[in-house]
Design a protein around this ligand. Sequence first.
Ligand code: SOE
Length: 379
Amino acid sequence: MLKPLNIGMIGYGFMGRAHSNAYRQVNQFFPLKHRAVLKAICARDKNKVEEFASTWGYESTETDWKKLVERKDIDVIDICTPNHLHAEISKHAAAFGKMILCEKPLSMNAEEGLEMVSAVEKAKVPNMVWYNYRRVPAITLAKQIIDSGKLGRIFHYRSNFLQDWTINPELPQGGAALWRLDVASAGSGVTGDLLAHCIDTAMWLNGPLSTVSALIETFVKERKHNLTGKVEKVGIDDACTFMGRFANGSLASFESTRYARGHKALFTLEINGEYGSLAWDLHDLHRLSIFDYKEDSLTRGWKSVHVTDGEHPYMKNWWVPGLQIGYEHTFIHQVADFIAALESGTNAQPDFRSAYQTQLVLDAVLKSAREKNWVSIAY
Ligand code: SOE
């Protein structure tokens, strides 16, 4: 008999759906001692939250997040709200001894992030941030290859996250669907929303970034605000490009934008080492491109590995070799790893402390762009 792990989720947008799906599927595919139970879903609109509960099979609903956090029958608080609520909810949940899973980015800024780290560490509650792309099997495989030393000394790491959904100047900012465009809810634009993923993955694969120099732009300066009905200044960055150095001496090159016409979610990364290179992109997420300089010089070249074999990370839990999985599975892997870590008495990564390091880089990137200077990062 599996022990119940009662989930109380706050927020039911895109991420609320992705996480709910993960909780529903994890025990079908991963052998664990705990069962994720959809105990309660919380959001302000009573009708909508009830509809969501019935679609996804939540046992109960709440419209006040504090009430949810304080309920005795909830083990895990899953925060799927806009970014400005992460800190307050996390600190309250930690005070009530709840485990906490928080959507990315951890916080609005590093200062707030540090308070969240202190709260969960003081309360000694398991905690994790949903940087889901670490759990794409091809990216986990890249981590294994890099850690084995096969690439030798690393020279370059480059990563992009390109979208095009905010080019229309008539698109408003703020409110349930468009809070990512409102600086008061999001904290920043593409830097916190998209580069956060690139940076989390980069530092997991290639170690800490030590210094950055950035450029940001807001192409559309004013948009109607959905909450006030007025045309207001846009406070987020629409695009951000930065270069930098990693602590291991390699050079960093990153770009993200919501103005790359034709690109919907083109997250790419490439790492170049002395003996080889690896490349990956989200539109072909089950493939890892590998170049191995040590292969026979007559036949060596880039190869594309279809990361679907039983030996590949996570894949033995899915279908038969050759059949691929997708985006939603990264969240299932993350829940599986969280529960497995709980059962072995460790914290699944990235925990709040690790996500705080990404927050430090995000702050440094924005500071550098504002001050037109190089900024060093002290962890
Ligand atoms: C933005 O469009 C977004 O949904 C991000 O918020 C997610 O974190 C990213 O994975 C996909 O794009």
